[in-house]
Ligand binder design. Sequence first.
Ligand code: 5GP
Length: 216
Amino acid sequence: MTMPKRGVMMVVSAPSGAGKTTLCRELLKIVPALHFSVSYTTRPPRHREKNGKDYFFVSPEEFERMERRGEFIEREEIFGNLYGTSRNDIESVLAGGDDLLLDVDTRGAKNLKQALNEGIYVFILPPSLQVLEERLRRRGSEDEPSMIRRLECAIDEINDNYWYDYIIFNDKVNVSVSVLQSIYVAEKNRRIRQLDKVAEVIRSKEENRTDGKDYR
Ligand code: 5GP
């Protein structure tokens, strides 16, 4: 029996307000084979969010228990709430040969890159800081000090871009989604992932030779 080929892991992160969540949702719609990594969080669910689909919503006590048991491959405190990625959840998807999309903050993405020897890391950026500020203001969920904190945080995150594999400037959502999809498709077609198919092509030529046919 042959082992399933390990799945592709695509990690997407961005400063707050760059539009990452929308891009991830749109990509999942057009690439149904891609699984979404459901994180654990202590933040309460927002309107229409479902437990087990958007997040696993857990109490701070449960989160700490999981952390003590070493269940998180990375965890961060983000604007007062805890978020973590389960080591087992991602491993079972990837080892089963399925592809996985992770939507985590920039520190979480960096920790994953340091902890794992795999994955493609995509950084979503706004076309400008002015656009980022406009988007945050339009959301209307931040007060002025929180806005300033998020913008300062965004500048630090943008400065720390050197370790990413790809950067997408999210100006138009449909264009950005197709760039994100192209990155995924390119990764799927990496030579190293195609070696079994190459071997199959060669094998089929050798098998056909025994038919007396010449495939040169
Ligand atoms: P929100 O509360 O708006 O859904 O997410 C806040 C931030 O937490 C986003 O940047 C999101 O990408 C990030 N996030 C979600 N899950 C995780 C996780 O498991 N680990 C880390 N480090 N960040 C996460």
